[in-house]
Design a protein around this ligand. Structure first.
Ligand code: HEM
Length: 450
């Protein structure tokens, strides 16, 4: 393919800083506008860097599926996530990453995951026991507690509610206070751009120390017990790479990654889905009818999921409209050819679920929350790479089957008891941080299901 020496089109922005302000302050709106104005492959200048944004399915396929070894994840290149997660699965590269992935994979095999179903349903029922008809709850914290408890129990055999509360607070501090970083920008300039005060940094460090203390205590307890608890922690501790077992630091990084990646995304999925159902009563009614017909008021099991196709379409559609992972970033480690452009090693390419999931030429009516578009009999063709809530290729979300089962079981349980409506006088706005969160939380009134 012929290569062009120039960069793809894109907004010039201001002298020196380029597009820094809109990119940092409102990336969802900025990226949508950039795609509409400049097309599907865009160059965005941030200070002296040019970041390439690829919005087409073929760009997603190129980076994630066809040439994954030409790239590193930007998550592994430093920054807060790397700072928190060390060399866990999400933030490591190359042979080490592949080795770790093989190690963790058995915990996510389908038969293994099916054993987690009871915990998912029972913890949801326990959450509902604490609710009262007509009351208002902060759904974000309710769903955080629930998803944290599920991950702690299924992966690490921890049952304490109190620990889930403490950990939830520490995660909120770390994620809430984390300085916002720009891809490829390091050092003092990164701190300046991140707008981080000393106090924020101190809170971030304190939150991280609290999380570290929790995980290291857990590891120490297991060293003392020496009992195989049959969970992923026992598996990690029994692992030997050659003659060496994993260090506490390596175990800590994997544990922290699984707790962080395993609850935050699922929590946000559940909140956004409840929000969408409250906005679309017709969809909610249809879903409820399916739940009634199949479950007759009883708690769901994994076997029921195959009989609940509408529930699956609701989730697929929710992940299209509000993808919890709203952007994936890669840095080329060798020269690449993309759409006829030649980019040198070091180029950063951003792929945007938020934008690609809403391109009208692919989706027709992207602004509508319409689960029926996932009905296979409707023949909507979704090209590979057009829909990637869980990423793709060798780094595809390892927790995908876990999450797909968890959110459906939680919803099927919850919606048979309550019909959460949005409480008045609040703004629901997505906040794109590590994941897509509701910026001001989500207060909901618990209307009982008649
Ligand atoms: C709806 C829920 C979830 C969404 C939308 C989601 C999304 C993603 C995405 C997009 C990636 C790829 C990132 C990249 O390519 O740079 C990823 C990776 C990952 N996810 Fe998830 N995730 C979810 C749930 C989970 C759960 C429940 C777990 C664990 C229990 C988990 C653990 C991981 C890990 C460890 C990775 C790194 C995989 C690797 O690099 O090899 N995720 N996730």
């Amino acid at each position: 393919m012929a290569t062009q020496a120039t960069l793809p089109p894109g907004p010039k922005g201001l002298p020196f800083i380029g597009n820094l302000l809109p990119f940092r302050n409102d990336p969802l709106h900025f990226m949508t506008a950039v795609q509409q104005r400049y097309g599907d492959l865009v160059s965005v200048r941030l200070l002296h860097h040019n970041v390439i944004c690829g919005f087409r399915p073929e760009h997603v396929r190129y980076c994630l599926m066809e040439h994954p070894r030409s790239f590193h994840s930007i998550q592994s290149q430093g920054g807060n996530l790397r700072n928190l997660l060390g060399e866990g699965l999400l933030t490591s590269e190359g042979d080490f990453h592949r080795q770790q992935r093989r190690l963790v994979q058995p915990a996510f095999h389908r038969q293994r995951i099916e054993q987690y179903a009871d915990t998912m349903v029972n913890y949801t029922l326990e959450t509902l026991e604490g609710w009262q008809a007509g009351c208002e709850v902060d759904m974000t914290s309710q769903m955080q507690q629930l998803t944290l408890r599920i991950i702690l129990k299924t992966m690490f055999n921890i049952e304490s509610r109190e620990q889930a509360v403490t950990l939830g607070r520490a995660f909120n501090t770390v994620i809430g206070q984390a300085p916002r970083r720009l891809p490829g920008v390091r050092g003092p300039l990164a701190r300046l751009i991140g707008n981080t005060t000393k106090e924020q940094m101190a809170r971030f460090e304190a939150g991280r120390a609290q999380l570290d203390a929790f995980v290291y205590t857990l590891i120490q307890q297991r060293h003392t017990d020496e009992q195989d608890q049959g969970d992923i922690l026992s598996m990690l501790m029994a692992t030997h790479e050659g003659d060496e077992s994993l260090s506490d630091r390596q175990i800590r990084d994997q544990v922290m990654t699984l707790i962080a990646a395993g609850h935050e995304t699922a929590q946000n999925s559940l909140c956004w889905t409840l929000y969408l159902l409250a906005q679309y009563p017709g969809v909610h009614e249809k879903l409820l009818a399916e739940l009634r017909t199949v479950l007759h008021g009883r708690a769901p099991t994994t076997k029921d999921l195959a009989q609940l196709p509408y529930l699956e379409w609701v989730m697929n559609e929710s992940w299209r409209v509000y993808p919890p992972a709203w952007r994936v970033g890669r840095q080329a480690i060798e020269p690449i050819e993309l759409d006829g452009y030649h980019f040198p090693a070091g180029t950063i390419v951003l792929l945007h679920q938020w934008v690609t999931h809403k391109i009208p030429e692919i989706w027709g009516d992207p602004e509508n929350f319409r689960p029926e578009r996932w009905d296979p009999t409707q023949n909507q063709k979704v090209p590979q790479g057009a829909y990637f809530p869980f990423g793709g290729g060798p780094r595809i979300c390892i927790g995908m089957p876990f999450a797909q089962m968890e959110v459906r079981l939680v919803l099927a349980t919850l919606l048979q008891h309550y019909n959460p409506r949005l409480a008045p006088n609040q703004q629901i706005v997505p906040l794109p941080r590590v994941t897509l969160r509701p910026r001001y939380g989500m207060r909901m009134i618990l209307q009982p299901v008649s």
